[in-house]
Design a protein around this ligand. Structure first.
Ligand code: ADP
Ligand code: MG
Length: 593
């Protein structure tokens, strides 16, 4: 073997650059983060030829003194770690690597001016500093990126593709700081102090308008806070492109957050679709390690399980509020409806009879039954009579106002194509997809029912690897909630004592899959997902079909049930359940404005 050689400084920097600056977009990210750390509230970015020609970043931050300017391109030189505490980082940067790395793979110049001092320019190739006419803040120009490292240059994609990555990074940065103004190539403009929802629309597109749910929750220990916007389940993308996650203001790619987001939407969206979000998690700097990866996009949480369950709880809570407009939990608690309205139809007692899994033995057919003669709906006969009288008065004149109209989804007027229910409420016309609606109702009720468990006379012993055993035991409680009672059985086996009744599956394979997921993400949603899938399929097959004729009472009963169902805005597959068309919109159709 050849003798050991201590590498020259420029080579060390080029090696570091391999990690920090992968492509033009990463240069933009590092330089904009520096501008943010310098306190800038306006950042102007120009990128030509996908970043190969020029990357220029101008900020109105604090600028640098002569001494700092000289040090700024030295390796491991930073103004951001004033103590040696790596667990108390409150800036974007802290590694002192970006400027020397970028300088080593490009031709870079820095113009800067600290308040009260005069302007300076540093030519990073020569290290020479000269006076400049620069008056405030900093401008960094990066030219001929990777020209000195042809291998890296070869890996760059077409200019247009690189530019798309740059736009993507700038969008992420823009969402991370709505208080700061950003301009990219004079084309993408985000004004400073933009309200967050406006910035969400600017970044994710017009279709988010009015369809994002705001949330802001602090956990009981008051150390975690999650705020921002998530999409209604009917608004979704085919990829995770519009998922923006920030931890203490930092753009992150994090498995804990991603799996939590996915788990939160599990029963309102298929796994192949992706909700949109701009979510901001804040927690004490000491509870998250940001020094995991040179690009600083990965983090480690001190207590990942706590973070995950807080996020899932918060998002699910926000999603369960996606109800009908005007129907806040207080105004329309089921109790109130029950008391105030003779027409409230309670859950039919035998609604889900026949569901062996959920603890009933009868196998009676499940039909949607509303206020039918022989249906156990809880509507008394006199009430029904009242209802029919009401109905007959409907035709008695245009001035008639049915009390049913005051319900969020109004009163049924008819059915179209034996598929859609048309109703009228106070604001206009309501169209309901009867199958989607019923499916959601059935599903939510199944979920609310207790799972029937089946104790095993002889415990089933399943042989696993020791690390799989500990993974399974780690999430024993979660499994228990799915009806699976499990315990250790020696070092390399687990014993199943109880399992969900009438649910045949290859439990050994399932547990192995669960263990692997726990190993990789310290969490597994496989079993819960399976369980939900089973519920969803059941709900789908036992719901009124499209094509089934319903009478008025059945339609009204269905409308009332939707109003009383959580997450009623969409079916289990994420399709919308109803649409409301305002009178004003109808007016505009007929040019009655
Ligand atoms: P880090 O950001 O990790 O400190 P960098 O190499 O990115 O490392 O930057 C080195 C130092 O240069 C920073 O700590 C900061 O003091 C200074 N600096 C870089 N960019 C700017 C800027 N736009 N305005 C003011 N100071 C800057
Ligand atoms: Mg930096």
């Amino acid at each position: 073997m050849a003798a050991i050689r201590i590498l020259p400084e420029y080579l060390i920097n080029q090696i570091a650059a391999g990690e920090v600056v992968e492509r033009p977009a990463s240069v933009v990210k590092e330089l904009v983060e520096n501008a943010l750390d310098a306190g800038a509230d306006m950042i102007v970015i120009d990128v030509t030829d996908g970043g190969r020609g020029l990357i220029s970043i101008i900020d109105n931050g604090c600028g640098m003194s002569r001494i700092d300017l000289e040090k700024s391109i030295m390796r491991h030189a930073t103004s951001k770690l004033q103590t040696d505490d790596l667990l108390n980082i409150n800036t974007m940067g802290f590694r002192g690597e970006a400027l020397p790395s970028i300088a080593s793979v490009s031709d870079m110049t820095i113009d800067t001016c600290r308040m009260g001092e005069s302007g300076l320019v540093l030519d990073c190739s020569t290290g020479r500093i000269k006076p400049s006419a620069w008056e405030s803040g900093t401008r960094i120009r990066v030219e001929n990126l990777f020209a000195k490292t042809p291998a890296r240059l070869k890996f760059l994609r077409a200019d247009r593709a690189e530019m798309m990555s740059v736009v993507e990074v700038v969008k992420r940065l823009a969402l991370s700081r709505p208080d700061v103004g950003f301009i990219l190539n004079n084309k993408w403009r985000f004004p400073k102090n933009q309200p967050l929802m406006e910035r969400v629309i600017a970044v994710m597109g017009e279709d988010t308008q009015g369809r994002m749910i705001e949330l802001d929750t602090v956990d009981s220990g008051a150390t975690l806070r999650l705020s921002g916007f998530i999409s209604e389940p009917t608004l979704r993308r085919a990829s995770s492109i519009d998922q923006y996650l920030f931890v203490n203001g930092r753009i992150v790619k994090d498995k804990v957050l991603n799996t939590a987001l996915r788990a939160s939407y599990m029963d309102v969206m298929s796994a192949r679709e992706f909700p949109l979000c701009a979510l901001y998690l804040e927690l004490p700097a000491r509870e998250v390690d940001v020094n995991v990866h040179p690009a600083k996009t990965e983090v480690h949480f001190l207590e990942p399980a706590r973070v995950r369950s807080f996020i899932i709880r918060t998002i699910r809570d926000a999603l369960s509020r996606t109800m009908i407009p005007g129907m806040s939990a207080e105004n329309f608690s089921s109790e109130k409806i029950q008391n105030n309205s003779p027409l409230f139809i309670r859950e039919p007692e035998n609604f889900i009879r026949g569901l062996e899994l959920w603890g009933s033995d009868s196998k009676s057919d499940i039909n949607y039954v509303g206020a039918n003669e022989n249906s156990p709906t809880g509507v008394r006969n006199d009430e029904r009579a009242n209802y029919h009288t009401t109905k007959s008065t409907i035709s008695s004149g245009p001035g008639f106002h049915s009390p049913l109209q005051d319900f969020p989804l109004g009163r049924a007027i008819g059915q179209i194509g034996n598929k859609y229910i048309i109703a009228e409420n106070a604001s206009g016309m309501v169209i309901v997809d009867q199958h989607a609606a019923h499916e959601r109702i059935t599903y939510e009720r199944l979920r609310a029912r207790e799972l029937k468990r089946q104790p095993l006379l002889v415990p089933a012993i399943i042989k696993l690897k020791p690390e799989e055993v500990s993974a399974i035991i780690e999430i024993r409680e979660e499994l228990d909630a799915c009806g699976l009672k499990i315990d250790e059985f020696g070092d390399d086996s687990v014993a199943i004592y109880e399992r969900p009744a009438d649910w045949e599956m290859d439990w050994a394979a399932m547990l192995r899959a669960v263990a692997q997921e726990v190993g990789a993400h310290s969490h597994s949603s496989k079993l819960v997902e399976k369980l939900h899938l089973k519920l969803a399929n059941y709900a789908c097959h036992h719901s009124v079909r499209a094509g089934q004729k319903l009478d008025y009472a059945q339609m009204d009963a269905l409308l009332r049930d939707i109003e009383n169902t959580e997450r009623s805005g969409q079916c289990n597959h994420g399709r919308p359940v109803y649409k409301i068309i305002k009178i004003s919109e109808l007016d505009s159709w007929f040019e009655r404005v």
